[in-house]
Design a protein around this ligand. Structure first.
Ligand SMILES: Cc1cc2nc3c(=O)[nH]c(=O)nc-3n(C[C@H](O)[C@H](O)[C@H](O)COP(=O)(O)O)c2cc1C
Length: 143
């Protein structure tokens, strides 16, 4: 069974809410997957190595990635990630620069990147949560 890891960073809980809804969607895809949801503070290199599919989630701050997520991504060696499937998600208040930034980083690690990532504005409401679940389902349906 494929292992799917969701790693998120979140200041006020919006991206965490997105992550939880995406995880629900992962469970409704066409194949069964083993999912793990982790705050970035609790995520280790081993978690990344074990996963076949990794979803990175972060809000945007000052048109940039939050420093913790940036540092985390920059600390990953390409050889560890090559060939894994990756994508991005996050909540933001404007243009969600974090999504293309994560995407480009995953490409530089030679991951197979699913584009576009998921952008949610602010605190996800019921329509947004459905988009999150659909996003999760779509990823599993591609496996
Ligand atoms: C200090 C600060 C800077 C922000 N800068 C941006 C930004 O440059 N672009 C953007 O799209 N949203 C920006 N936002 C909005 C956040 O990304 C948005 O509130 C998001 O929902 C927060 O998600 P979180 O609860 O997961 O931290 C900013 C928010 C704060 C507090």
């Amino acid at each position: 069974m494929k292992k799917v890891l969701l790693v998120y960073d979140s200041y006020s809980g919006n991206t965490e809410k997105v992550a939880r809804a995406v995880r629900e969607g992962l469970a409704s895809g066409s194949v069964e997957v083993d999912t793990t949801l982790k705050n970035i503070d609790d995520t280790t290199k081993e978690d990344l190595l074990e996963a076949n599919v990794i979803l990175f989630g972060a809000p945007t701050r000052m048109a940039n990635l939050p420093p913790k997520m940036k540092e985390f991504l920059n600390g990953i060696g390409a050889s560890a990630m090559k060939g894994k499937i990756g994508t991005s998600f996050g909540s933001c208040g404007g243009t969600c620069e974090s999504i293309p930034m994560i995407t480009e980083k995953l490409k530089s690690l030679e991951m197979n990147v699913i584009e576009p990532g998921l952008k949610i504005q602010g605190r996800p409401g019921s329509v947004d949560l459905k988009r999150c679940r659909d996003f999760g389902k779509t990823i599993v349906d591609k496996l």
